[in-house]
Ligand binder design. Structure first.
Ligand SMILES: Nc1nc2c(ncn2[C@@H]2O[C@H](COP(=O)(O)OP(=O)(O)OP(=O)(O)O)[C@@H](O)[C@H]2O)c(=O)[nH]1
Ligand SMILES: [Mg+2]
Length: 255
């Protein structure tokens, strides 16, 4: 690690985006200022706003926006693609709305350098989500940990976290070998990496406080609940169907 906030090494920050024109430039500049050598890959699902144009105009050689095929749309799908294509020793996944404090990446990087395969950004305080989502997030954390335990896989205090760092050489084969098992339309990339990754992963955690989205629109909806249940085995799929029925949502999987 070099002095100050500057980090050397080979790391790509993978950022899923959809219509984040109010955040992408600030995000790219903030990462560049704190981490001059990190690559940034926005994985964009054909935003209808000016996101792509703004990133192109920025002209930062280490920052690019990948515009994905419309038929492959999905937040998790975009992150998995970013991991496969990043070509650096490590990847980190971060949301584009500053809910994940960028200062956390420094500690995550150091833990990767110290030998971790996976560093999980673990939320000490999720109250910024509001009570309903906070309670839902905790219930899902417990449900998903029971599922991981059942499969003899490593668990995490925050298996719903979207802030993670991983060793690319460990997770590229996991993604390739389990392509058809991954929840491409889902949001919980970490849960799939824990479920399909090796049992003996070296996992560390970096604590942070989840912030409120200040700018731009939230994309969360009941579909996230359906897809997260769907990731958790036969009982999870049953719960996903029941939830979709109660809420009158589409159940986008084969019956
Ligand atoms: N590639 C891609 N990215 C998406 C999609 N939907 C949301 N995102 C991005 O995924 C990240 C998380 O989405 P958010 O809307 O912030 O979801 P959230 O953090 O659970 O919800 P809030 O707390 O309300 O912000 C953001 O960077 C979004 O731009 C999608 O369909 N495809
Ligand atoms: Mg958000």
């Amino acid at each position: 690690m070099s002095s100050g906030n500057s980090v050397v090494g080979s790391c790509t920050v993978v950022i899923p985006t959809y219509n984040e024109e109010n955040n992408v430039v600030n995000m790219a500049k903030a990462i560049r200022e704190l981490y001059p050598e990190f690559r940034v890959m926005f994985m964009d699902d054909n935003s209808t706003d000016r996101s792509k144009q703004l990133i192109d105009e920025l002209g930062d050689p280490l920052t690019r926006m990948v515009v994905r095929k419309p038929e492959e749309r999905g937040l998790a799908a975009s992150v998995f693609q970013g991991i496969l294509e990043c070509n650096t020793d490590y990847f980190m996944t971060v949301d584009c709305d500053f809910q994940h404090p960028l200062s956390t990446l420094k500690g995550m990087y150091e833990k990767m350098e110290a030998g971790a395969d996976l560093v999980i950004g673990t939320r000490d305080d999720r109250t910024a989500m509001g009570f309903k989502r906070w309670a839902g997030s905790w219930c899902f954390t417990i449900f998903a940990n029971a599922f991981l335990f059942w499969h003899g896989k490593p668990r995490s205090k925050d298996n719903m976290s979207g802030l993670i760092a991983g060793r690319t050489s460990v997770f590229v084969p996991v993604i390739k070998d389990n392509w058809n098992n991954l929840e491409m339309q889902g949001w919980k990339v970490l849960l799939d990496l824990l479920r399909w990754g090796p049992k003996d992963l070296k996992i560390d955690e970096e604590h942070y406080i989840f912030a409120k989205r200040e700018i731009g629109e939230s994309h969360i909806s009941g579909k996230v609940v359906v897809s997260t249940f769907h990731q958790c085995g036969a009982f999870g799929r049953f719960c996903a169907k029941v939830y979709a029925k109660i809420k009158g949502l589409d159940y986008p999987y084969d019956q």
